[in-house]
Design a protein around this ligand. Structure first.
Ligand SMILES: [Zn+2]
Length: 97
């Protein structure tokens, strides 16, 4: 029986569920201080993770989980996006292409 391959796990800052990194979306505080969703997970900066399906994004806003994790204020537009829990918005700027 082959050993299960270890995948990187991260914990959602809102619901505290440990999941495969690919099932989470990264919110990153970039060195510039800007806070953005980082679906690629490759931006430089300090990251916090949320479930990619959006199920707990509104809770993350309510609990200020991201603010706490990153010690930063959420920009209003990101906050609104999280409250709408719209996973399609992740990656941004591609609607209406
Ligand atoms: Zn979650």
């Amino acid at each position: 029986m082959p050993a299960p391959r270890r995948r990187p796990q991260r914990t959602c800052v809102a619901c505290r569920t440990a999941r495969d990194k690919r099932d989470l979306v990264r919110v990153v505080r970039m060195p510039s201080g800007e806070v953005v969703l980082d679906p690629s997970g490759r931006l430089a900066g300090r990251g916090a993770y949320l479930c990619a399906d959006g199920s707990c994004w509104a809770m993350a806003v309510k609990k200020s989980a991201i603010e706490r994790a990153l010690s930063v204020a959420l920009p209003p537009e990101l906050r609104a996006r999280l409250e709408r829990a719209d996973p399609q918005a992740v990656g941004g700027a591609s609607d209406g292409a």
